[in-house]
Design a protein around this ligand. Structure first.
Ligand SMILES: Cc1cc2nc3c(=O)[nH]c(=O)nc-3n(C[C@H](O)[C@H](O)[C@H](O)COP(=O)(O)O)c2cc1C
Length: 194
């Protein structure tokens, strides 16, 4: 199999660039992802699925609390991608200067975005390197953003100063994930009401 071809092809199966936020014991946090997909076609049962690497702090927060918020970003949000997506929030409050309010489940809801969705986890799946969370959307809204940030738009317009740090972090995440991809476990979520 051609590994470079696989990456180029699968890159087309990513989703809009999103900020995922969570809150645990008074600590709030957020990260960036391009793996947040619609998981229901029923308008009155909206659902989202997110895939989060196990090394991310946000993943531990979601696993413990059973809630998260997804924000589809708009094309003006490169600075937010750098702030949330390049460093972990384990040792600092990445949302300190990011305007937000608290959602109905307690998750940080960012004021600036294209749209946001607050979710309760109703199931999960282990992929070895990541946890895939299925979320029931309990609240949602539009932000002021006009055009959604796609991964293709982001890559084509990466600020030059980030290109190398972005590629270095991506390669490190790939190595980390490669080493764990075979260790897929059967896991059971705690139930629809958790
Ligand atoms: C463009 C972009 C896309 C990303 N996509 C994902 C993703 O799909 N899944 C993931 O787990 N991390 C993804 N990341 C990496 C996390 O956002 C990053 O590791 C972050 O620092 C985690 O923060 P935390 O430790 O505070 O949760 C992405 C980062 C960027 C910049």
């Amino acid at each position: 199999m051609d590994a470079n071809l696989s990456y180029d092809l699968l890159r087309n199966f990513t989703t809009p660039v999103v900020a995922i936020t969570a809150e645990r014991g008074g600590k709030r946090n957020g990260m960036i992802s391009d793996a947040a997909t619609r998981a229901s076609i029923v308008p009155d049962v909206p659902r989202l699925m997110i895939l989060v690497h196990k090394f991310n702090y946000t993943r531990d927060m979601i696993l413990d609390t059973g809630r998260f918020a997804v924000h589809a970003l708009h094309r003006g949000q490169f600075e937010l991608i750098e702030r949330l997506g390049f460093e972990s929030g384990r040792d600092r409050d990445k949302l300190a200067d990011v305007p937000h309010h608290v959602g109905s489940l307690g998750c940080p809801i960012l004021e600036d975005c294209w749209a946001w969705f607050e979710c309760r986890v109703i199931n999960l799946m282990d992929t070895g390197s990541s946890t895939c969370f299925l979320g029931d959307v309990v609240d949602l809204g539009r932000g002021p953003g006009k055009e959604i940030m796609s991964p293709g738009y982001m890559r084509a317009n990466l600020p030059e100063s980030w290109r190398q740090p972005y590629l270095t972090k991506l390669a490190a995440a790939q190595d980390w994930a490669r080493a764990r991809s075979g260790d897929v476990r059967a896991v059971v979520w705690r139930g629809l009401k958790a």
